[in-house]
Design a protein around this ligand. Structure first.
Ligand code: AMP
Length: 147
């Protein structure tokens, strides 16, 4: 098996996110790969911007909730040693934005949880199910305890 050179961690900041992040961290360490993170904002009020707009990690914002999400991503990025330009915060549909970022960055592995905030509507959660079907690289669904 080839070593992974660029791993993408998709994080929804739900209960088990840290566990998924630890998996991605240890894989990145094992393969000495570059690591990127994406968090998709799909549940907060839209500010005056286009759907799917990339949010600069440097930009100021008056939206408190957005600042909270930005901070969480920055903190996780610091913990994982991910450069700010490899941290993506974007509004949109998680499955679409995860695939788009993975393709753009040419990652060779996407790491996500087996379910997240959307629960267990399917045997696998809705986001991971869609990513598994549409990704052009490997996908690791980290098995999480059922709630
Ligand atoms: P779900 O299929 O939506 O239950 O979520 C499964 C996994 O997809 C989660 O454990 C995360 O790794 C990822 N994911 C879900 N929603 C998001 C999101 N908004 N941003 C980034 N990753 C997400």
């Amino acid at each position: 098996m080839n070593d992974y050179q660029h791993i993408l961690l998709a994080v929804d900041f739900s209960e088990h996110s840290e566990y998924v992040a630890e998996k991605a961290k240890s894989l990145a360490y094992k393969y000495q790969s570059k690591l990127s993170i994406i968090h998709v904002l799909d549940n907060i009020p839209m500010p005056d911007t286009n759907y799917g707009t990339i949010i600069s990690m440097y930009a100021d914002s008056g939206y408190e909730l957005l600042e909270v999400e930005k901070d969480k991503l920055k903190q996780l990025g610091r913990y994982l040693g991910v450069a700010v330009d490899q941290q993506r915060l974007v509004w949109g549909l998680p499955k679409q934005e995860i695939i788009a970022f993975a393709n753009e960055q040419q990652t060779d592995l996407i790491v996500l949880g087996s379910h997240g905030r959307h629960g267990l509507a399917l045997l696998l959660g809705s986001t991971v199910n869609a990513v598994l079907h549409h990704a052009i690289c490997d996908v690791m669904a980290v098995r999480l305890p059922t709630l």
